[in-house]
Design a protein around this ligand. Structure first.
Ligand code: FPP
Length: 248
């Protein structure tokens, strides 16, 4: 699909696109390569996608880079994924900053290696005042865990008497999530043909359009992103109402 086919109107380009980057292992297996090679090529696909997202005019992109459930993988693969995150931040942070990208991290920080915790803080602090694309890295992230964390913090406030139980609303829960200031995703893309959310942004995806593409993540590129956006643009978003409207 050509660039011109992605409609440039602000309402038609999804403001927030979230991506489940799946299929690194299968991409590698199909080529007789170790799984780690799929993850490495996945980082290259990520760089391409961040660049394309900024050029297309997407405001927020969230990527699922390590799930709370990924700890069940072999230790060697976990260490490889941790190493890729370290290298991604060390090698790419300066360039992201130069490109005016604001980095945000969602997920559980407790239990991560101390140096990774520091790199995540460094990435957020360095880019805090940037006004371009917001890149949300979901790392050690699980949506049910995020909602449980929010519930715990709400309960703590009720215990302290700073919040009344009767005042807890959907808006309150939203305020206690990991990135409460960001808009919900308009579009969630999952690669590799799998068709489920796998504990990703369960609260925020209430009205998201879901697009599943067969492409393995290492092969994802601007054309695949544009095709998914084109698919999104054909959908009629009603948010539970009757009158069709676009955007959120
Ligand atoms: C899914 O492929 C992908 C992941 C578990 C991790 C995604 C990570 C990257 C793209 C690279 C790391 C980037 C950063 C910033 C840390 P899979 O292994 O589940 O593939 P499979 O389902 O084919 O086995």
């Amino acid at each position: 699909m050509s660039e011109a086919e992605v409609k440039p109107a602000a309402f038609e380009v999804p403001r927030h696109v979230a991506i489940i980057m799946d299929g690194n292992g299968r991409w590698a297996a199909a080529r007789g390569l170790p799984r780690v090679e799929g993850h490495r090529r996945g980082v290259e696909a990520l760089r391409r996608t961040i660049r394309a997202a900024g050029e297309i005019g997407i405001q927020v992109i969230t990527i699922f880079s390590f799930s709370a459930e990924n700890w069940a993988r072999p230790e060697s693969e976990i260490q490889e994924l941790m190493g890729l995150l370290r290298r991604f931040i060390r090698n790419d942070l300066a360039e992201l900053h130069r490109s005016n990208v604001r980095v945000r991290i969602i997920g559980e920080r407790d239990g991560l290696d101390a140096d990774i915790g520091r790199l995540l803080v460094e990435a957020e602090e360095l880019t805090r005042d940037n006004s371009g694309l917001t890149l949300v890295v979901a790392f050690n992230y699980g949506a049910r865990q995020e909602i449980a964390r929010a519930a715990r913090r709400i309960a703590e406030q009720v215990e302290r008497g700073t919040l009344h139980a009767a005042d807890v609303s959907m808006e309150t829960v939203g305020r206690f999530l990991d990135a409460p200031d960001l808009p919900d995703p308009d579009l969630i893309i999952r690669t590799s043909g799998e068709q489920r959310l796998s504990n990703f942004l369960l609260w925020q995806s209430a009205y998201s359009e879901l697009v599943f593409v067969p492409t393995y993540w290492p092969d994802f590129d601007r054309a695949t992103l544009e095709a998914a956006i084109h698919d999104y643009q054909q959908r009629e978003r009603r948010f539970g109402g009757l009158v069709a409207k676009t955007g959120s």
